[in-house]
Write a protein that binds this ligand. Sequence first.
Ligand code: BJW
Length: 238
Amino acid sequence: MVTPELIDALKNSRRVAAITGAGISAESGIPTFRDAQTGLWAKYDPMQLATPEAFLENPERVWNWYAWRRELLAACRPNKGHQALSRIARHIPEFQLITQNVDGLHQAAGSQDVIELHGNIQRTKCFDHGHTVEQWDAQQAPPPCPYCGSLLRPDVVWFGEMLPVQALQQAEQAAARCEVFLSIGTSGQVYPAADLAYQALASGAMVVEINAEPTPLTARAHYAFTGKAGDQLPRLLA
Ligand code: BJW
């Protein structure tokens, strides 16, 4: 249960950081990765779709999978969880939102300065040089880069790839400096993103988790709320 002490701690904090994962977008209709029945990784092999090696082996398969996910996303809207986070940010002098999601739904809900640790599925870059390309010929899967001719790929972070350096640095700083750290809808299994909550703990922050199920962080968090982000997050605004 959200206690008055927690609400006061949030209200009186100058610096709050929050990390979100696929769980916050689940109520918008976007599948998570690791749900045993409906998660993407329950149906698809990440090693065949979300690694640079998979792209080199079969670029068409990988491109088409991400094109399908962009189509799914086109029908999805931000939910009560995204909206609550955007509202919470307005009450806190320094609020840093960090997301592992590639769906852009926080920005669609009005959140600003969102750190995207794993990129954004709507952006495209070329495999060889990282040229950013905003328009491409949808007939080809994948299309060539207009600058260098190498293949275009989604601008997301695959397994074995480095996270964007500046984004990770900013996220680490926010975790180390915050007074309250919120971990929302993430299984905490993917590094280095999963480390941020422990960095916040080590720096003395109060750590609050909101998740539909227990995670490795649950036992270490000061507060752990089991439930849907769209139900639990608005309660922090009481
Ligand atoms: C709800 C809910 C509701 C449901 N309300 N909650 C240290 C130790 C071991 C391994 C490594 C390590 N350091 C690095 C690694 C390797 C690897 C890694 O972490 N592997 C582990 C899986 C073992 N990491 C990397 O490769 C990273 N790169 C890197 O570290 O570079 C340096 C390096 C290179 C080479 C070697 C070593 C170091 C890159 C990671 C990239 C992750 N990419 C993906 C795909 C992005 C593109 C795409 O969308 O296709 O990112 S994988 C996928 O997992 C996606 C997510 O952002 C990420 C995290 O998943 P998330 O968000 O937590 O989702 P789920 O499904 O796991 O959990 C959902 C949660 O929500 C659940 O808990 C539910 O209960 C909950 N939930 N409904 C609230 N309504």
